[in-house]
Ligand binder design. Structure first.
Ligand code: GDP
Ligand code: IMO
Ligand code: MG
Length: 424
C-alpha cells in the first residue's frame, strides 16, 4: 500500500492544516514527519477555528489514527497545552494519537538557547519562532538529544540534568540579555512530561510498516514549506529540518518506493514570516491589501506575514525537488478585486534572464520578471463548483498549470472545510 505526502511549496502557512483535514476522510492514518511547535496549522469547520502545533490535522476525525513521527521535535509544555485546547471537543486522543519513541524532546533550555542565539545575531537574526527548534535539532544531529523513548527509562533525568547544565553554560557564552528562572521552567516541564507519559509511545516505523502491509492508507503531513527546508531553502533563513518530500521518508521510516502521490500546496500569491530574501515581496498598497484580505498574521507568533506576487521560479523549484504529482491552490478568494495580477515567471539574475532558482536570491542579485494577467471581481467564497469560477481565474489556473506542468486539482476559496473546490 502506498503513502501520500502533503507538503507546503512556499515559506509555510500555505493552508496545510485545512487541506489535511479535508483529505482525512480518505485515509486511515495521518502522520506528521518533521518540525514541531513552530508550526501553526489552522482548521475551520462548523464555525470553529482551531490551530494545531504538533498534533496532526486529522485529529478531529474519529476514523483516523494520528501519528507523530520520529522526525518531529516535541515540546511537552506546548504539547500538553495543545491537548488541553482539544478537551472541549471530546476527542479520544489516548486512542487515536500516538507518538514515536524516536521523536526528540524540546527542553526549556532549548527555547532559551534559541532566544540567546537570535539575540546574538542582532539584525541578522533568522526571525525564528523561538520555540527551540534549531537547538533541539542541533542536539539530535550532535547525538546529544533526549527522545520520547528515554522517558520510559529510569535514569532519563540524569541525562536531562547533564544536557540542561551544558545548555546553561552555552547561554552564558552567548553573553546576551536572556532572563530566565530555570527552576520555574523545569517545574512546568516535568509536570508536562508526566501528562505526556499517559499517552501511547510506539515504534512508529514498525507501526507504519504493519499498517501498509494491512492495506491501510497513510497521508504524511508536512510542516513549514519547501523554501524553509534546511538543504533546499533560503539558507540560513530556514528551519532546521527537511521539509521536502525526502523528509517524510526519514521522518517516518517510509521507504521512497512506497510514496505515491505528492500533494504540493501553495497560496495563489506568496507570503513569508521571519527574515530572509523574498524576490516578489511587495512594499506598497497592493501588498498591504493582500495582507488585510488574506488576514496574513502568523498563527504561532502573531507576527505580520510579508506578502507578494506568486513566484513561479520558486514554485517550479519546489515542484521539482518534491516530485509533486498534484497541486492544490489556496486562498484564490484573496486575489478577488485586483485589477491586474502579476506572476513572476523568470528572474533577472545579475543582468541575465534565468528560469531556475539560483544559489543567491538576495535583492541585489535578483529582480523578478513578471507576466501580467487580468484580475477578477467576483466573490469566490460562496462558490462550490468549478463551473462558477470566473473566466479570469480559470485563465490564471491554466497559465500556472502550463508553467508548472502539474495539474491543479483543488482550489480553495475560504478558510472553512467546505470552501474547497475540486477540479477533475
Ligand atoms: P498552514 O500552516 O499551512 O496549515 O497554514 P496556516 O493555518 O498557518 O495559515 C493559513 C491561513 O489561511 C489560516 O488562517 C487559514 O484559516 C486560512 N485559509 C486557508 N485556506 C484559505 C482560503 O482558501 N482562503 C482564505 N481566505 N483563507 C484560507
Ligand atoms: P507552518 O507549518 C511559516 C519560519 C520562522 C523563521 C524560520 C525559522 O505553520 O507552515 P524556526 O522557529 O523553525 O527556527 O524558524 O522559519 N517558520 C515558519 N514560517 N510557517 C511555519 O510553519 C513556520 N515554521 C517556522 O518564521 O523565519
Ligand atoms: Mg502555519
Amino acid at each position: 500500500m502506498a503513502v501520500d505526502l502533503l507538503l507546503g511549496l512556499q515559506w509555510g502557512d500555505e493552508g496545510k492544516g485545512k487541506i489535511v483535514d479535508v483529505l482525512t476522510k480518505n485515509y486511515d492514518i495521518i502522520a506528521r514527519f518533521q518540525g514541531g511547535p513552530n508550526a501553526g496549522h489552522t482548521l475551520e469547520f462548523d464555525g470553529i477555528k482551531h490551530v494545531l502545533r504538533t498534533i496532526p490535522s486529522g485529529i478531529f476525525h474519529k476514523n483516523a489514527m494520528n501519528v507523530i513521527g520520529n522526525g518531529v521535535v516535541i515540546d511537552p509544555v506546548v504539547f500538553v497545552k495543545e491537548l488541553e485546547g482539544l478537551d472541549k471537543y471530546n476527542l479520544d486522543y489516548k486512542k487515536n494519537l500516538i507518538l514515536s519513541r524516536k521523536a526528540h524532546i524540546i527542553l526549556p533550555t532549548h527555547r532559551l538557547l534559541d532566544a540567546a542565539s537570535e539575540a546574538s545575531k542582532g539584525k541578522a537574526k533568522i526571525g525564528s519562532t523561538l520555540k527551540g527548534i534549531g537547538p533541539t535539532y542541533m542536539d539530535k544531529t550532535g547525538r546529544n538529544g533526549i527522545r520520547i523513548g528515554d522517558l520510559e527509562l529510569e535514569n532519563w533525568q540524569d541525562k536531562y540534568r547533564a544536557l540542561a547544565d551544558k545548555h546553561e553554560a552555552m547561554i552564558d557564552f552567548y553573553n546576551v540579555d536572556v532572563q530566565y528562572d530555570l527552576a520555574d521552567l523545569e517545574t512546568e516541564f516535568f509536570a508536562a512530561v508526566e501528562t505526556l507519559k499517559t499517552l501511547t509511545f510506539i515504534d512508529s516505523e514498525e507501526y507504519l510498516h504493519q499498517a501498509q502491509k494491512e492495506g491501510k492508507t497513510i497521508l504524511a503531513e508536512g510542516a513549514q514549506g519547501s523554501l524553509l527546508d534546511i538543504d533546499f531553502g533560503t539558507y540560513p533563513f530556514v528551519t532546521s529540518s527537511n521539509t521536502t518530500a525526502a523528509g517524510a521518508c526519514t521522518g517516518l521510516g517510509v521507504p521512497p518506493n512506497k510514496v505515491k502521490d505528492v500533494f504540493g500546496i501553495f497560496k495563489a500569491y506568496t507570503t513569508r514570516v521571519g527574515s530572509g530574501p523574498f524576490p516578489t515581496e511587495l512594499f506598497d498598497a497592493v501588498g498591504e491589501k493582500m495582507a488585510i484580505i488574506g488576514n496574513e498574521i502568523g498563527a504561532v507568533t502573531g507576527r505580520a506575514r510579508r506578502c507578494g506576487w506568486l513566484d513561479l521560479v520558486a514554485l517550479r523549484y519546489a515542484v521539482q525537488v518534491n516530485g509533486v504529482t498534484q497541486l492544490i491552490m489556496m486562498k484564490a478568494d484573496v486575489l478577488s478585486g485586483f485589477e491586474t495580477l502579476k506572476v513572476c515567471t523568470a528572474y533577472n539574475y545579475k543582468g541575465e534572464t534565468i528560469n531556475h532558482f539560483p544559489y543567491n536570491i538576495e535583492a541585489e542579485n535578483v529582480t523578478p520578471i513578471y507576466t501580467e494577467m487580468k484580475g477578477w471581481k467576483a466573490d469566490l467564497t460562496k462558490m462550490d463548483a468549478i463551473s462558477q469560477l470566473p473566466q479570469a481565474l480559470n485563465d490564471y489556473i491554466d497559465f500556472l498549470e502550463k508553467e508548472l506542468e502539474v495539474p491543479i486539482k483543488v482550489v480553495s476559496v475560504g478558510p472553512d472545510r467546505k470552501q474547497t473546490i475540486l477540479r477533475d
